[in-house]
Design a binder for this molecule. Structure first.
Ligand SMILES: [Zn+2]
Length: 48
């Protein structure tokens, strides 16, 4: 019944926590421009 405030999602692309890497809108946008190759990954575990 109770929904966790922070779902177990962690985007390793832009560092978003509201979606997964596979569901990253930014990745899709970048994917249209250029193929996978950008290494601008921002792990969520990075210190703030
Ligand atoms: Zn993302």
């Amino acid at each position: 019944m109770l929904q966790p405030e922070t779902p177990a999602k962690c985007c390793s692309y832009c560092g978003g926590r509201d979606h997964n890497y596979e569901d990253c809108p930014k990745r899709k946008a970048d994917g249209e421009r250029q193929k996978e190759g950008a290494s601008l990954a921002t792990p969520c575990n990075s210190a703030q």
